[in-house]
Each structure stands twice: as structure tokens, then as C-alpha cells.
Design a binder for this molecule. Sequence first.
Ligand code: AMP
Length: 327
Amino acid sequence: MNNLEIKKQILEKIKEYSKIIICRHIRPDGDCMGSTIGLREILRASFPDKKVYSIGNQKADYLKFLPAEDESIPESEYIEALVIVVDTANSDRIDNPLYSRGKEIIKIDHHIRVEDFGAINYVDEEIPATACIITEFYNDFKDELVMNEKAALALYVGITTDTGRFRYRGVTSNVLRLAAILLDYNLDLERIYSNLYLKDVDSLKLQGEVYKKFKSTPHGVLYIHITSKMQRRYNLTPEEAAAMVNSLDSVKGSLIWIIFVDQKDKTIRARIRSRFVSIDTVGNKYRGGGHANAAGATVYNKKEIKALVLMADEILKDYKEKETDWL
Ligand code: AMP
């Protein structure tokens, strides 16, 4: 079945149900929040008689400027509902354990296909943000669906955050056209980017320490372990510390960079990023996953940090042996 046919099926399902609950992944980022809230606002505006919720447990402080998600609702409310899970490759990362109580489940995602947990699964691995898929969905059926300012804001934030502000290779003319549709809804770009870029002083100080203390492997993988002690020193949560991931993104020849962040439950979160070279295999090997150039993983101790870094170094070594045209 082609993509348009699947989207038509999704629209038909949406029309069938009077209650729709939209879910997303744990550790919310701009794209999962943007696509859940964007879809919720489109559906609310298009079908005022339906009850449409966007429900997730964990919060992301830096995205508080988006319209808020809904409070949780009782389990009994799920029984007759259509559940749409966006931006989540595997069911164990859905940030709402009640999602499986829904009468039917639809998955809409752009990650590398891992698990088809929906009755309908729309996965576009080529598109750089789930918010693009939702915008495209609106555009395909714009005679029947309604976009508004709230939806456009959420979706624009989803697209701009997952494309590194329109810098990554996945940004095609189609992606820019989708973003342009959203810009027609009175978005204040200066306010959006202020919300996304401004830091407080403690974060900036931790960033200084990251610049001072990061290490490099023989082939140029940059990495740093942001320990609980460092987080305490600057009074930052693991989430806030995790935001340092792109501090190491601009070093010539260092095509892979990784930050390890101590979590409250004693695990260590790895955030792995790259340009040109694919690193999703590293995420997959260490209890994680993700995309070719952005993956996440979990490790348990320093020995595993070392092993993960070594694996990344091997990948970079192989890449540099085969390819010459990198920066
Ligand atoms: P992060 O560094 O946590 O932002 O993750 C980078 C990308 O990998 C995001 O698109 C995540 O959704 C994805 N990702 C992170 N951890 C996992 C995991 N355990 N399984 C699948 N995908 C993941």
C-alpha cells in the first residue's frame, strides 16, 4: 500500500472514533511534543465534537512555551478510544502505559522501523521529523482538516528541532515547503528561537566545563561523562545536562561526538551524534536506538562507556579509511 493510501486509512479511522488519545515517547523532545500537540490541535479544530487528548508523563521544561498536554484520564476512558502513538519506534518507549488499552492503535513515526505495534503503521524513515508527517497529513487532506496557530507553532518547533534548525541532510525542498505552510500562521520566529536557544548561567558554566574536559579517541570521537557530581556543582538536572549534546558538534575531523549523563536511577544515558557517518548501530548495541546521525543508549558503568566509545572509534576509523571527503 502506498503512503497516501495509508494516510487515507488513518483519516478514516479518525473519523470513526469520537475519542482520540495521542501519545509520544519518553524523554520528550521538540518533535514528539510538537507532533502530538500539533496533531491534537488540528483534530480539535477539524472535529469540534470529538474528544481529543494528548497525554504523556514526563515533561521537558524548555518546551513549556508550547500549548500544554492534557492531564491523565482514567483507564476506562481508553476502552472506546483510538490511540495514535507518534514519533516512537518501539512500544517500550511509549510514555503512557495505558496506550495499549485503546480499542485500536495507530503508529505514526519517522525512526528506523523497529516494531509495528499499531493496527495501522505509517513509518517514513526518510523524512527528518514526525512533525513533517503531521503537516503533510494536514496538507494532503486540507479540504477536510483545519490548521491553526497553535498547531502550526507546535509543528514548526517539531520540524526545526529535529532538523537541527533546517541544517541536516534530511531537509529537502518538501520539508521547507511544509515549514512554509506553517509560517503562514503568524509564527513569531524570534520568540520561538529565543525559547529554544537561551540558556541560564549555570548551563553556560557547565558548557564551559564540557569544553575544558572533553576527551578524544585516536580517530576523533569526542566524548565527555557528565557525572552526578558535575550536575550538582551547577545545580542542573540530568535533563538539563543532557542538553549539552551539541556542544561538541563543531570540531573538524570529529565526526562523532557523545555525551554520557548520569541519571538519578544510577544508569548512564548516552547521547550519540554524528555527521556523514552512521552511528545507529552503536545505539542499538547498547539498549537504545535512533537514527543514522542521532541515537540514544543506556550504559551501566565506566567499562561500558569505554566499550561504547571504542565501538564508535572503530566506526569512525573505518569511515575515514573508505571516505576522503569529510570535514
Ligand atoms: P536522544 O539522544 O535521547 O535524543 O536520542 C536520539 C534519537 O534516538 C531520538 O530520535 C530518540 O528518539 C532515539 N532513541 C533514543 N533512545 C532510544 C531507544 N532506547 N530506542 C529507540 N530509539 C531511541
